[in-house]
Design a binder for this molecule. Structure first.
Ligand code: NAD
Length: 286
């Protein structure tokens, strides 16, 4: 493979951690998924197993291919097992303090030539780079949700990142069958900086009662040919993640359109996080 990588570490077992692990395993890499607990690591594996069962049923993969893919994924709760990974992609909650601690730990355990990447949506990658002793080997590898389906990956490049790191990260993205776009380390990179004011305004509109949540989504799908309405997209992203992203963008750009609309924050406070909690702008109960 162009990246010369064979083992990929993934930190985080949520929506994106499981998705990135599946993408890398599907591309033929050995994948180690690090969870905080055995239960969360097992849950990530269960998500990938469910995805395989679905793909076999839809005849997108043979049963043998699914078994082979699953055999390339193993789970751990120990950082030490990441020592042999060529590239590690951190994909835990969008919180700088948590991520900084993880990067310091990765710096301690990973081989000197391991590339340390983050899947952050908006946080400054440079800050994570300087939590390590190898800022030249840190970059963003920003997948989109769902990682298995979305073609784009932003390769986020802080000033300190070496060209060799960019080449290795970009080759990994291409090996995964995705389209890389190189982006400067600016809050929100390209996609989220443009997308989130739109999503935030859709919440404002729902709150004002301009149309129902379903009506707003139907309008944007039918009127702008969007594959998904803005409120269903927020439910898919996770409303807690969306609030974190908007908070970072608001700080970076001092622009009122990025300030999370109070309704969004209130929904998070009430535990309505979107699909992952079963309730957001829409209900995902059984
Ligand atoms: N959801 C999206 O649409 C999306 C898209 C692209 C990138 N991202 C980014 O991916 C990252 C993960 O997002 P997600 O949607 O998978 O979130 P999620 O809520 O589904 O999962 C978060 C993960 O972080 C772990 N975590 C939380 N606190 C932790 C701690 N203190 N220490 C270690 N692990 C901890 C959780 O156990 C879980 O595995 C974030 O940086 C997010 O911005 C999200």
């Amino acid at each position: 493979m162009g990246s010369n990588a064979h083992e990929i570490g993934v930190i985080g077992t949520g929506i994106m951690g499981a998705g990135v692990a599946e993408v890398a395993a599907a591309a033929g890499f050995s994948v180690i998924v690090k969870g905080r607990s055995q239960a969360s690591a097992d849950a990530a594996l269960a998500i990938i197993e469910k995805s395989m069962a679905r793909q076999v049923k839809k005849e997108k993969r043979t049963a043998d291919e699914a078994t082979a893919l699953l055999s390339r994924v193993r789970c751990t709760t120990s950082y030490d097992e990441l020592a042999t990974a060529n590239i590690v992609i951190e994909s835990v909650a969008e919180n700088m303090e948590i991520k900084r601690e993880i990067f310091a730990e990765l710096d301690r355990v990973c081989a000197p030539d391991t590339v340390l990447a983050t899947n952050t949506s908006t946080l400054p990658v440079a800050e994570l780079a300087f939590a390590t002793s190898r800022p030249g080997q840190v970059c963003g590898i920003h997948f989109f949700n769902p990682a298995t389906l979305m073609e784009l990956v932003e390769v986020v490049v802080p000033d300190a990142t070496t060209e060799e790191t960019v080449v290795r990260a970009t080759a990994f993205v291409t090996d995964c069958g995705k389209t890389p776009v190189r982006v400067k380390d600016e809050a929100g990179f390209v996609v989220n900086a443009l997308l989130f004011p739109y999503l935030n305004n859709a919440v404002r509109m729902a709150d004002a009662g301009t149309a129902s949540a379903a009506g707003i989504d139907i309008a944007m799908q039918g009127g702008c040919n969007m594959p998904m309405g803005p409120l269903a997209l927020l439910d898919l992203i996770g409303l807690d993640t969306a609030v974190s992203i908007l908070g970072t963008l608001a700080k970076a750009f001092a622009e009122p359109n990025y300030e999370p609309v109070p309704l969004l924050t209130k929904m998070v406070d009430n535990g309505h996080l979107g699909r992952k909690s079963g309730q957001g702008f829409f209900n995902y109960g059984d």
